[in-house]
Design a protein around this ligand. Structure first.
Ligand code: G6P
Length: 609
């Protein structure tokens, strides 16, 4: 969480930092700040609670002088409430150096006690402030050396940027665990948490590795390890669609990203389809290795976890391979049973989620082969995996995941077909038929999106309910979990997802005329069971919004609202029901006046435990 951006060059740093920081607001947005090195060896800091607009407002009242070196930060609080004082940058007591930090310093308490004994005065409740005081106490004119000695004392995860008034042409950065890139420009250089922050200024990027620090001046970049040994580095050119990071006329990124799904999936299929066969380029595992796998263990968090659950149904059905799915945070502390015949599949939009990264490391240490399904090229989890299946859905800015989720689902169908081919559990003709069905999905998406006004009507008519239940069966049980998650993330309405067969074991007690129940009931081998569940809800006066296959007259008799999806292969219905579920959550949140793209307390990338 938290976003960092730093600049060293000859231009006015402030507008660059503020503009770039806005591209990182998805990482956290409870406060923000900027630290600049003015021409007369002065450190200028401005910080404010609230979104970046509050910082801009502050700077309008307290203008800053021209400066061409600076760091800035948008925060998602871990230690200490969101407040002006707890915002970054943090400074030393002489107000000479400033630090921005993303991550958690686990040993900050003992460090703080030791620094207090040396006379340092702490003014915030953050773990970050120890870094500022620590660097200051170790400083004797050589900033790089002071930062190096300080970071060797830190435990936990961190990406930091440090500036010092004695060094008005320098920015020092370092990372362990939390992401940090260096952007290489023409006589100007940047640090940033992620590519979107700098893409409009440079496409040339150095992905710092864990345990590396970088020293930036406008003339160049030097990379070294924490022992001070110079490290070779590669400058990658990133291929990134700039317009993808803009709203392009949509009121919210989430709505834009919902609409991008037909194109994202069509592109994914065309990238993967060669000579009528879908390939898993990046998987880097031969038929022999795939044939030798005895089971798949999956790890993921949040929406990606729900994609993994759908993946379990799909892989078990098509490839007849047992799959276990865990939330990463449970897996990593559970001493999981993993061996060299296990394929560990991690699912992560960002590739930076701390728990998923730790789960990957745990499985790797136990001898598993690691494959990650990921949307962000070159991210931390990708770098630690044996193979990667990129979803190429483009940057996802809305905190509530939409297009990354359906791209993950699509990748599971492709992976399942690959595994099924290696394990000979599907015939070539069967695979061909399935691929033809997959190819129709982008078109079917367009049909669903054409009917969004009807979803909006259903959303507005139900937005007053204080509690929602989402029910689904079989491959759409995870869809129910995801539908409930989407709703609670952005509308703040308590919502629970349940396997409909479990309804009588508890949730039925909730049902009365004051509850809304979303029933996911497309045509399938469990359709009749869902229809019975709906009658039971009806009998208890529950309000029903059903998601059903177009033309289903039976369901209309049991539901207050029916949201149609086109007819499709049963196994593919999670891909289709995802859209009305996303739109429903979106329109309910809009109706309730919520900040859809930046819901309270959440962040897009959870890079701390
Ligand atoms: C956060 C985001 C979710 C996301 C989850 C996992 O909670 O708000 O949208 O699903 O992290 O993130 P990942 O990047 O690993 O998919």
């Amino acid at each position: 969480m938290c976003g960092i951006i730093g600049y060293v060059g000859s231009k006015d740093a402030l507008p660059i930092l503020i503009d770039s920081l806005k591209q990182l607001e998805y990482r956290g947005y409870d406060s923000s700040g900027v630290g600049l090195l003015g021409h007369n060896a002065q450190l200028i800091v401005r910080k404010a609670k609230g979104k970046i607009a509050s910082l801009e407002e502050l700077i309008r009242h307290q203008p800053v002088p021209y400066a061409s070196v600076g760091i800035s930060h948008t925060r998602w609080a871990t230690h200490g409430l969101p407040s002006d004082i707890n915002s970054h940058p943090h400074t030393d007591n002489k107000h000479r150096l400033a630090v921005v930090h993303n991550g958690i310093i686990e040993n900050y308490q003992p460090l703080k006690e030791a620094l207090k004994k040396k006379g340092c005065k702490f003014i915030s409740q953050t773990d970050t402030e120890v870094i500022a005081h620590l660097v200051a106490t170790l400083y004797n004119g050589d900033l790089v050396e002071a930062v190096r000695r300080a970071i060797n004392q830190l435990k936990g995860a961190f990406a930091i940027g440090v500036i010092h008034a004695d060094h008005p042409d320098m920015l020092v950065a370092a990372r362990v665990g939390s992401p940090l890139i260096v952007g290489v420009g023409e006589r100007e250089n940047y640090i940033a948490s992620d590519v979107p922050a700098i893409i409009e200024r440079t496409r040339r990027v150095i992905y710092l590795k864990d345990g590396q620090m970088a020293v930036l001046t406008k003339e160049g970049v030097k990379v070294s390890d924490f022992a001070g040994k110079a490290a070779a580095f590669k400058i990658d050119t990133v291929d990134f669609n700039v317009t993808a990071a803009r709203k392009e006329g949509y009121p919210h990124f989430m709505l834009k990203e919902i609409h991008e799904q037909p194109q994202a999936l069509a592109q994914m299929i065309s990238l993967r389809l060669k000579n009528g066969r879908l390939n898993c380029e990046g998987l880097d595992l031969s038929d022999a290795v795939l044939g030798g796998i005895k089971r798949i263990a999956m790890v993921a968090c949040g929406t990606a976890y729900h994609a993994g659950l759908v993946g379990k149904y799909v892989i078990e059905e098509l490839a007849r391979l047992p799959v276990d799915v865990d939330t990463s945070s449970e897996f990593r502390y559970r001493n999981p049973i993993i061996d060299k015949h296990t394929l560990l599949v991690a699912v992560s939009q960002s590739g930076e989620t701390a728990d998923t990264l730790a789960a990957v490391r745990e499985a790797k240490a136990k001898g598993a082969k690691i494959v990650v399904i990921c949307n962000v090229i070159g991210s931390s989890i990708v770098r630690e995996s044996d193979g990667v299946l990129y979803t190429h859905a483009g940057p996802e800015i809305g905190v509530a995941s939409t297009k990354a989720y359906t791209a993950q689902l699509m990748m599971f169908y492709i992976l399942a077909l690959r595994l099924a081919a290696a394990r000979k559990t599907i015939s070539p003709a069967g695979a061909k038929k399935f691929i033809a069905e997959l190819k129709r999905i982008p078109l079917l998406y367009k049909d669903i999106l054409k009917k969004k006004a009807h979803v909006q009507k259903a959303a507005e008519a139900n937005s007053h309910f204080g509690c929602f239940l989402f029910l689904g069966r079989n491959v759409n049980y995870p869809s129910a979990l995801e539908g409930a998650l989407k709703l609670k993330e952005i509308s703040y309405i308590p919502a629970e997802g349940y396997a409909a067969g479990e309804m009588k074991h508890g949730p039925i007690a909730l049902i009365d005329e004051y509850r809304a129940v979303v029933c996911i009931a497309p045509q399938s081998h469990v359709y009749e069971k869902m229809a019975s569940n709906m009658q039971e809800i009806r009998a208890r006066k529950g309000n029903i919004i059903a998601i059903a296959t177009q033309g289903d007259k039976e369901i209309k008799r049991h539901a207050d609202f029916v949201l149609d999806i086109p007819k499709a292969h049963e196994l593919l219905t999670p891909l289709l029901v995802a859209l009305p579920l996303q739109l429903l959550a979106y329109y309910i949140a809009v109706k309730r006046g919520n900040d859809v793209d930046q819901p309270r307390n959440l962040a897009k990338s959870v890079t701390v435990e």
